[in-house]
Write a protein that binds this ligand. Structure first.
Ligand code: NAD
Length: 326
């Protein structure tokens, strides 16, 4: 168990993150050579196993049917699932991690660390972590920023909440998936940083879409306007790297706007994070007028069945351009 890492949730982000982790196994940094992976979708599990089976016979990648089985086989458990309900199911559900922890020896439990990398409500995360910690295991929140490209290239920023010694234990593992691994404070602090960042990200993307469309309608050429913005005070990640206008060349070689908004950070997840940030702001009575408006504008795009819900969140430009804004 101590030489095994378990990974739960092999979706758009998780599959790249576990690939990076496995590719660094056995190298400096102390990443062990044994892995056990789990997802409710068996296809994603088979893909990971098949990819690594032939690559290096020294490295063992097994599948597990449930998070409980993962916790029986691995003392380091990483989860990357969409929502708080999924995280609750993974840790506290009837085949959850906690079921195994309740039956393991005290020493086995004490040496177990759970790292949740999902973006969920701070309060939910703290509540789940406290229930896991009652067994004697350690838990931290470690949400990530950088999108699927950052996950693929191992360049994520990882924001960690939890005790300092737990952070130090997790650091080498997180460093194999990200470029910057930052301790932000106690439990929930990683999520606070992530939600504040994504609140600003949503606002800035909507702002860039508005400004770019206004410029076009006022007669400007989009490429020229982007170049002006990107050397002026309006410059930001949404204008420079992930510019939402298909005709604009960006510093990224293939932004979602060049691929009909396929891939990237999908609108339904961007909206989920805006809603989480606005709800968190309410709890602590912090004003978020732009955040609330952005959440409201993105809401219809993120509805299940909308033609935008699975497109990159920069597709808000297309939504405005097609005159769909009510
Ligand atoms: P995803 O839907 O692509 O993948 C999630 C995976 O978790 C799926 O394969 C699903 O089958 C699996 N899963 C769900 N419940 C499970 C359970 N109980 N047991 C086992 N597996 C389960 O989502 P994603 O894009 O990888 O995002 C994951 C998290 O990362 C979200 O909280 C998201 O907000 C956050 N995030 C996403 C991005 C991005 O660009 N996609 C960027 C930063 C952070």
């Amino acid at each position: 168990r101590y030489n095994t890492i378990g990974f739960i949730g092999l979706g758009a982000m998780g599959n790249h993150m576990v690939n990076n982790l496995i590719s660094k196994a056995g190298q400096s940094g102390g990443i062990p050579k044994n892995f056990v992976v789990c997802d409710v979708n068996p296809d994603t599990v088979s893909r990971i196993i098949a990819r690594h089976a032939a690559a290096n016979p020294d490295i063992k990648v097994e599948s597990a049917k449930t998070p409980e089985e993962i916790a029986n086989k691995a003392a380091t458990i990483i989860s990357m699932v969409p929502t708080a309900n999924n995280v609750r199911e993974v840790y506290l559900g009837k085949s959850g991690v906690i079921r195994a922890l309740e039956k393991l020896s005290k020493d086995d439990v004490r040496r177990t660390i759970c790292i949740d990398e999902s973006t969920i409500q701070q309060e939910e995360s703290r509540s789940i972590a406290n229930q896991v910690k009652q067994t004697g295991a350690e838990m931290i929140d470690a949400p990530v920023s950088g999108g699927t490209v950052g996950a693929r290239d191992g360049t994520l920023t990882i924001m960690v909440g939890g005790k300092k010694d737990a952070f130090e234990r997790a650091r080498p593992i997180l460093q194999s998936m990200g470029q910057r691994v930052l301790s932000c404070g106690d439990l929930g602090a990683g999520l606070a940083a992530k939600l504040a960042n994504n609140l600003l990200l949503g606002i800035s993307m909507m702002g860039v879409a508005e400004a770019m469309l206004l410029g076009k309608k006022l007669g400007l050429e989009s490429q020229q306007l982007a170049e002006i913005i990107n050397t002026s005070t309006g410059r930001c990640w949404s204008s420079e790297v992930n510019n939402p206008v298909p005709e604009v060349r960006t510093s990224s070689s293939s932004p979602p706007s060049h691929r009909e908004y396929e891939g990237g950070f999908v609108t339904k997840l961007a909206h989920k994070d805006l809603a989480l940030a606005v709800a968190a702001a309410k709890i602590v009575n912090s004003p978020v007028p732009l955040g609330s408006l952005t959440e409201e504008v993105y809401r219809p795009l993120a509805q299940p069945g909308s033609s935008f819900d699975n497109l990159d969140f920069s597709s808000i430009y297309k939504y405005f351009d097609e005159g769909r804004m009510p």
